[in-house]
Design a protein around this ligand. Sequence first.
Ligand code: ADP
Ligand code: MG
Length: 394
Amino acid sequence: MSKKMIQDIEVQGKRVLMRVDFNVPMNDEGVITDDKRITAALPSIEYLIKNGAKVILMSHFGRPDGKVVDTLRLDPIAKHLSTLIGKTVIKVNDCIGDEPAQAISSMQAGDVVLLENVRFYAEEEANDPEFAKKLASLGDIYVNDAFGAAHRGHASTAGAAQYLPAVSGFLMEKELQFLGGAISNPKRPFVAILGGAKVKDKIKVIESLLEKVDTLIIGGGMAYTFLQGQGYEIGNSLLDAERVEFCKEVLVKAKAKGVSLLLPEDVVAATHFAPDAEHKIVDIDAIPSEWQGLDIGPKTLKIFVKAVEDAQTVIWNGPMGVSEFPAFAAGTNGLAEALAASSAITIIGGGDSAAAVEQAGLAEKMTHVSTGGGASLEFLEGKKLPGVEALNDK
Ligand code: ADP
Ligand code: MG
């Protein structure tokens, strides 16, 4: 069932308490090094301003563990947001109690207040009902636009929604539309590409996608546990020894379901895990015993690209190799280019995959790059996200 959105509700003159995900990377000088998460919330913020709401924003930032940590205050974020919207954002030094209440009582329609880091209170992550009530008392309407935090059942992401009319923001809606749409009603052929480091992290994603896709591509560090299960010598490549049986079962299940499961046929093997390690392209049955596979090889890339070219929907989670090292980024970049050129619906979910696509300058060419790493993964696992569940149904 779809969730109510901000356009479905009258916001004029109302105090709108909106959870955003402003957990941006910041350097030691307090400079925001990437403001993507802030800009992603702008459509909702600007809509609320334009429609005469009193906009009250709340977010977490870093891991203060329930204490006030001065370096994790949101002042630099308020300043940056002020620049982005061309309007002063009123920053208060608490997220509950008298100070925010007073600032809010003197707000005019279209004003923006940013509350202090909600994780300065241990009650936030504990989803303490009294704390959630205090947050909710600051608003007339609750909006959740923090998709990146929607997999957390915290006071500001879920608890406060209990006490107010609760709707999704535009970013949240977009994430649900693309990720949700791809999974529940994909245009076929539907291809999922999984990579990254550990099988362990992706077990539920594999199981869930196996039920839905036509083709499952497995690359990255994950692939070697599958390959070992098929009897290949993988040298020192990443191995999740406890999951070899699971991988074997996946292959059997895929076959039974008629899902085409693609694994690397050649790899870039290196002497050790380092950006400047000696390396060479080898077939999958020729990895030297002390070496490790750090990227898919060119033959494999071609096979994977071909599968993408035939697709109508592609979901990608996890790099094909150690893409942080340029010597081992060709597989990831090559696949990113194929997705960028494809006319399929292309969806990137996962922090490192999104970063890789961004790095390659191809983010704009994808249908949707999810802003939520952990949240998008849990979504792909088929889990219900507490931050979404807490919202009112349409
Ligand atoms: P995402 O954040 O997109 O979900 P993951 O966090 O699962 O992706 O995986 C990203 C990590 O996987 C990267 O740090 C990358 O170095 C690592 N990785 C990918 N391929 C390999 C490999 N062959 N060997 C070791 N690590 C790998
Ligand atoms: Mg990651």
